[in-house]
Design a binder for this molecule. Structure first.
Ligand code: AQP
Length: 339
C-alpha cells in the first residue's frame, strides 16, 4: 500500500547535557528561529532522554532542561508559532524508538562516528542507550513524519541513518512512503563550530576545558578572555578565503564572525583583509557579546519562573502528542500489534 504525501514539517532537538555553547546556537537554535517563519510546522524538542545516555545528575538534568527551553525562547523561538516540549513527556518517542531498534541493524550502528567519538576506548563500558542513540533520534523525527531536520554538520550521519530506517521499515512492512525520508538541513557558515583551543575538534558542551567553548551564558569579560586566548597562528587575516586553507583555528574564528553577523565568510575577509588578531579578536568578542548578552539576560529572567517554563513545555507536549498519536496508532497496526 502507498501512503499519502507528506506535508513539510520541521523537527530538531538539543540535549540538556550541560550549558549550551555558541556551537549549539549557530549550528542549531539560530537557524531554527529562521525556519519558524518559513510556512512549515516546526517542532523543537529538549531531548532529555538522549541526555541520560551518559550519566546526568537528576537535579542538574532538571535545571538544564529548563535552561535549554529558556534559551530557545530567549533566542526567538515563539511557543505560539513552534511546538516546544521535552522529549520524555511524549512517551511515543520511547515506543517508536523500540520498534526502530528492531528495524535498524547492528552493522549500521557500528558505523556511527559519534558513538566511536563519545565512547572512545571504553566502548564496553558505554551505556546501551548511547549505542542505540541514533535509533531513538530516528524515532524523534519520524514520530511526527518530519521532512526537514535542521542540524549541525556533526548530526548529518544520524539523519542519513534515519532515512535508512524509514526506508527499511517501509520496505519490510510493505507500506510505501509511510515514513518520509527526512532531509538534513545544514546551511550557513557555522554548521561546525570548532573548539577554540584545537581546531580539529568540534566545540562541545561537555569538552574538558571551559576555555574551549563560548557558553551562551558567558559574561562579556569571559567571552573577551576566551577569544583573546583562542589558538591562532602567527599570520593575520588573509586577503582571500583561500588564504585560510589549512588554518583550521583561523577559519573557525572567521566562520563564527560570519555566523553571528549574518554574512558570508568572504564578506568578513573582505572587511578584515590583512588585519592582525589584535584587531580581529576584540571585534569578534564585541560582536558575540552584542548577540549573546540580550539572550542570556532574557534566559535569566525566564529561569526565575520555572513553573512558567514547565507550563510551556507541557502545552507543547500536548500539541506534539496530538500529531504523534495517529502516526503511532497506524504504526502499531502496520507492525501487527493488537491494540
Ligand atoms: N560545535 C557545533 N557546531 C555546530 N553545530 C553544533 N551542534 C552541537 N555542537 C555544534 C548542533 O546542536 C544541535 C544539538 O546538539 P546536542 O546538544 O543535542 O548534541 P551534540 O551535537 O552532541 O552537542 P554537544 O555540545 O557536543 O553535546 P555533548 O558534549 O553533551 O555531547 C545539533 O543540531 C548539533 O548539530
Amino acid at each position: 500500500m502507498t501512503e499519502a504525501a507528506h506535508t513539510p514539517r520541521v523537527f530538531s532537538g538539543i540535549k540538556p547535557s550541560g550549558g549550551l555553547t555558541l556551537g549549539n546556537y549557530l549550528g542549531a537554535i539560530k537557524r531554527w528561529v529562521d525556519m519558524q517563519d518559513q510556512g512549515m510546522e516546526t517542532l523543537y524538542c529538549v531531548v532529555d532522554m538522549h541526555a541520560i545516555t551518559v550519566w546526568q545528575d537528576p537535579a542538574a538534568l532538571t535545571h538544564a532542561t529548563r535552561e535549554v527551553a529558556a534559551a530557545f525562547i530567549a533566542s526567538g523561538i515563539d511557543p505560539a508559532k513552534s511546538i516546544l516540549f521535552n522529549q520524555s513527556m511524549v512517551s511515543g518517542h520511547a515506543e517508536l524508538g523500540w520498534i526502530f531498534n528492531c528495524v535498524a541493524r547492528v552493522g549500521w550502528m557500528n558505523r556511527m562516528t559519534q558513538f566511536k567519538d563519545k565512547a572512545g576506548k571504553s566502548a564496553e563500558k558505554a551505556s546501551l542507550g548511547l549505542y542505540a542513540y541514533p535509533s531513538l533520534m530516528a524515532a524523534d523525527i519520524l514520530l511526527y513524519h518530519a521532512t526537514h531536520v535542521p542540524v549541525g554538520e556533526d548530526q548529518k550521519q544520524h539523519v542519513e541513518l534515519t532515512r535508512d530506517i524509514a526506508a527499511k521499515f517501509n520496505h519490510d512492512y510493505k507500506c510505501d512512503n509511510f515514513f518520509p525520508a527526512p532531509e538534513p538541513v545544514i546551511e550557513g557558515p557555522a554548521t561546525r563550530v570548532m573548539n577554540l583551543r584545537d581546531g580539529s575538534k568540534k566545540m562541545s558542551k561537555s569538552g574538558a576545558s571551559d576555555m574551549e567553548r563560548i557558553n551562551m551564558t558567558d559574561d562579556a569579560d569571559t567571552i573577551a578572555k576566551k577569544f583573546k586566548k583562542a589558538r591562532t597562528d602567527p599570520d593575520g587575516l588573509p586577503d582571500t578565503l583561500e588564504g585560510l586553507q589549512g588554518r583550521a583555528e583561523a577559519r573557525n574564528l572567521v566562520d563564527i564572525y560570519a555566523g553571528l553577523s549574518n554574512q558570508s565568510p568572504e564578506a568578513v575577509i573582505a572587511e578584515y583583509a590583512g588585519a592582525g588578531w589584535g584587531r580581529f579578536k576584540p571585534a569578534l568578542a564585541d560582536l558575540a557579546v552584542d548577540k549573546l548578552a540580550p539572550i542570556s539576560t532574557e534566559m535569566k529572567r525566564l529561569m526565575d519562573d520555572p513553573a512558567e517554563i514547565d507550563r510551556v513545555l507541557r502545552h507543547g507536549a500536548d500539541q506534539a502528542r496530538a500529531i504523534a498519536e495517529p502516526i503511532l496508532a497506524r504504526t502499531r497496526e502496520i507492525v501487527g500489534f493488537v491494540s
